[in-house]
Design a protein around this ligand. Structure first.
Ligand code: Q46
Ligand code: ZN
Ligand code: ZN
Length: 300
């Protein structure tokens, strides 16, 4: 297999693009893929202040690296969830800090247990709630808070094409309209106090992000979060991989086709009240937002 551009030995085949590339041309191609997504979906500009949600995994570290190399003003935020299993949280924090030092960028760290006296899994147990739901509410809150306090313009996350397409398949199968309205590559803020969310690596696959990290010698956490992705999600991924193998490009066509028609699902979000949480003053449907209720801030 030879690189389509220079005819040297290719290190990766990209059948969905009818392409094979050597290390140098693949590296260049990844930068262009991210730049294309940023421009095509009007995510941000070189003047924007970007907060990258860093988990220590390959997707978010590849994203931070690519944005920095493209000349964007991107700072990192790492949220330590206090997950002890497999030393997951401490190890991913360490890798995120090491990477931030390497690229000379600022990494802000929020430690949930230090702030609230309890880790995410312990909170979930005490509230009899699913760990990922407690995690989601908490991460969202701290991402918005950090963005607000640091005067950021946009929050960028490392979502890749495989994960987005698998989530989309699951949401379509069960017609989850709420989620179908939220899968865009770029979501502008709906109200004051909220932030735009961008997914610059949305055109890149998991494999591409992994190869990028290997080539750039980015040390990322290889373990999955112990609470991650149930069997159902992995099944959707597996099914899409089978389809992709026989029809290269199907995964991207599936996701981009949805993006083109996403407005069909948006109707439900139109009448958002402009109410705010009486404790933290962030936009909220209820008097007390889900974060303040979860962490019992209304009782203090
Ligand atoms: S980090 Fe948090 Fe994920 Fe782990 S606890 Fe669940 S939501 S799986 S992206
Ligand atoms: Zn080449
Ligand atoms: Zn609140």
């Amino acid at each position: 297999m030879k690189c389509r551009i220079c005819r040297e030995k290719a290190i990766i085949g990209l059948p969905q693009h009818n392409l094979a590339l050597c290390a140098d041309h693949f590296d260049n191609w990844m930068l262009k893929r991210a730049a294309k997504a940023i421009d095509e979906f009007k995510m941000f500009t070189k003047d924007s202040k970007i907060l990258v949600a860093v988990s220590g995994g390959k997707d978010s570290l590849a994203l931070w690296d690519i944005l920095t190399r493209l000349g964007y003003n991107a700072h990192g935020l790492y949220i330590n969830l206090g997950i002890k299993e497999n030393d997951y949280s401490d190890e991913s924090e360490e890798l995120s800090r090491t990477f931030a030092n390497r690229i000379g960028k600022k990494l802000q760290v929020v430690n949930v247990k230090e702030l609230h006296g309890m880790s995410i899994p312990d909170k979930a147990y005490s509230k009899k709630r699913k760990t990922c739901s407690v995690c989601g509410v908490t991460k969202r809150y701290y991402m918005n808070k950090t963005a607000r306090e640091g005067n950021f313009d946009v929050i960028a996350t490392g979502h890749n094409l495989d994960d987005q397409a698998a989530a989309l398949l699951g949401n379509f199968l069960y017609w989850k309209f709420d989620y179908l309205a939220k899968g865009a590559p770029y979501s502008p803020p709906l109200r004051k106090g909220e932030f735009a969310k961008a997914k610059p690596l949305i055109l890149c696959t998991e494999k591409e992000n992994t190869v990028y990290c290997l080539l750039q010698r980015i040390d990322y956490i290889q373990k999955e979060c112990p609470y991650s992705k149930g069997a159902t999600f992995l099944r959707w991924k597996h099914i899409l991989n089978e389809i992709e193998e026989n029809s290269p490009g199907a995964k991207q066509a599936f996701y981009l086709g949805y993006v083109k028609h996403i407005d069909i699902f948006k109707v439900q979000n139109e009448d958002m009240p402009d109410s705010r949480c009486k404790i933290c003053d962030t936009p909220s449907w209820n008097e007390v937002c889900s974060f303040c209720a979860l962490w019992d801030l209304n009782k203090k």
